[in-house]
Design a protein around this ligand. Structure first.
Ligand code: NAP
Length: 410
């Protein structure tokens, strides 16, 4: 360091998986960052539950990195830091998907930067691309595999025939799933990330509560086996798309045809596809989580904050959030192996306006399996058909359904 070098003091809240990786990474890159920015980054303090004082760290820092997670006290610390004129960086998707507007308002009101690349898809630069590179495109739709844990589980179930529980145990053994994986497997983690993506892509407020989500806990190995016969790949996909004058944001398992850019994204990887008339389609993919990977995204944000300016603009419109959308479905029925069953099922489907695209039928003693893919239909109509099918005497187990993305790419 030369005598006239100015320092840029970085205070870190949280010293867990990401916080400790970030604290180790910063000094390693200090020389390079100093050459890039003319400022030398320096760790000014670290806070956990048992060490450090927020007031002291705030006082001695130019920028605060929040890696505590959850809503409070993270929200309070970020607001206080911005009101005190500090730039802030966070990887906290729970907080941004529920209190984003309050935080972005605070950043604008106090003329500071709030950066959060690590909150969505780990090191894949989705936020920056949406906020900066694609600022000139009108986005029609975003699809994302934004949860690495569930993508790993589905990949392993399809590859090995394991059950959901076995694949989850394997993910935990390899460190891809936390001890409590509930928010990953039930889709809530992906829903939080899609709320943030939708907010940026469509420039409208989106709260986590407005995102419909389903998880992968109920996926059976034989769903994946049949899917293979039909040439389909199962993924937990988040979707944010314009529907009429509104916006639909949702997360659920869905079958993809092999040409779709997300169909080949396997293991714990994340990927996001952005569709717009101006750019056709762009897909970004890479490691979705992990301490060092997320810390690298956080460090990128710190460096960006050292080279001003960039901020999240205020929303320019409020779009209606649409709940009922059109989707194709895979339908799995365990039925009595007797004449006329297919006709009964077909009649119910026809009554609800559901038309069948392809059917696989297999006999199993006095029972048979009817596996079919139906053409796109309004989800409420399909749900009506499912309710009626469940009530048929010939059904041996409750019907199972998974969405199918009908489009073929490339
Ligand atoms: N892990 C990942 O791969 C990943 C990926 C993307 C984004 N993220 C996000 O990054 C953030 C941090 O995740 P993580 O996995 O690093 O969490 P973590 O391992 O659980 O670490 C959390 C840290 O915050 C501290 N902390 C908790 N409550 C606190 C409080 N009230 N006051 C002060 N410190 C407190 C903990 O202190 P103690 O040590 O005293 O308990 C711990 O050092 C979360 O928002 C998460 O969603 C994580």
């Amino acid at each position: 360091m030369t005598s006239d070098t100015r320092t840029f003091r970085v205070g870190v809240l949280g010293h867990g998986t990401v916080g400790s990786a970030f604290a180790s990474l910063l000094p390693v890159h200090a020389d390079r960052i100093e050459r890039m920015t003319g400022l030398r980054p320096e760790l000014s303090g670290v806070m956990t539950r048992s060490r450090g004082s927020f007031d002291d760290i705030l006082e001695g820092s130019d920028l605060i990195v929040e890696l505590i997670g959850g809503i409070e006290p993270a929200r309070n610390y970020l607001l206080r830091a911005m009101r005190a004129g500090r730039h802030v960086v966070t990887a906290n998707k729970q907080l941004l998907s529920q209190h984003g507007e309050e935080l972005w308002d605070a950043a604008r009101d106090n003329n500071v930067q709030l950066r959060f690349e690590g909150a969505v898809a780990g090191v894949v630069p989705v936020i920056r691309v949406l906020q900066e590179s694609l600022a000139g495109a009108i986005i029609d739709r975003v699809h994302g595999i934004v949860n690495g844990t569930t993508n790993y589980i589905l990949t392993e179930m399809a590859r090995t025939g394991m059950t959901f529980d076995q694949a989850l145990a394997e993910a935990q053994r390899l460190g891809y799933a936390e001890a409590d994986p509930s928010d990953d497997v039930n889709g809530r983690d992906a829903a939080a990330k899609m709320a943030i993506i939708a907010r940026l892509a469509f420039d409208t407020p989106v709260h986590l509560d407005q995102v419909r989500y389903e998880g992968i806990e109920h996926v059976q190995p034989d769903d994946l086996e049949y899917a293979r016969d039909l040439g389909l790949e199962l993924k937990l996909i988040g979707t944010a798309e314009r529907v009429g004058d509104g916006l639909s944001v949702r997360v659920h398992p869905i079958f993809l045809y092999p040409g779709h850019p997300l169909a080949t994204v396997g293991g714990p990887f994340n990927a996001v596809t952005v569709e717009s008339e101006a750019i056709t389609e762009i897909t970004m993919s890479g490691p979705g989580a992990g301490g060092p990977q997320t810390a690298s995204a956080v460090l990128g944000d710190v460096i960006s904050a050292m080279i001003p300016p960039a901020s999240t603009p205020p929303t320019s419109s409020v779009l209606e959030i649409v709940q009922d959308v059109v989707s194709a479905f895979y339908l799995h029925l365990e039925v009595a192996d007797e004449p006329g069953v297919l006709a009964q099922v077909a009649q119910v489907l026809a009554l609800q306006g559901v038309s069948v695209k392809s059917v696989v039928q297999k006999g199993l003693g006095d029972q048979a399996r009817l596996v079919m893919v139906v053409h796109p239909v309004l989800e409420s109509r399909f749900a009506g058909a499912m309710g009626m099918i469940a009530g048929l005497d010939v059904m041996r187990t409750p019907p199972r359904a998974i969405r199918v993305l009908e489009e073929e790419f490339g």
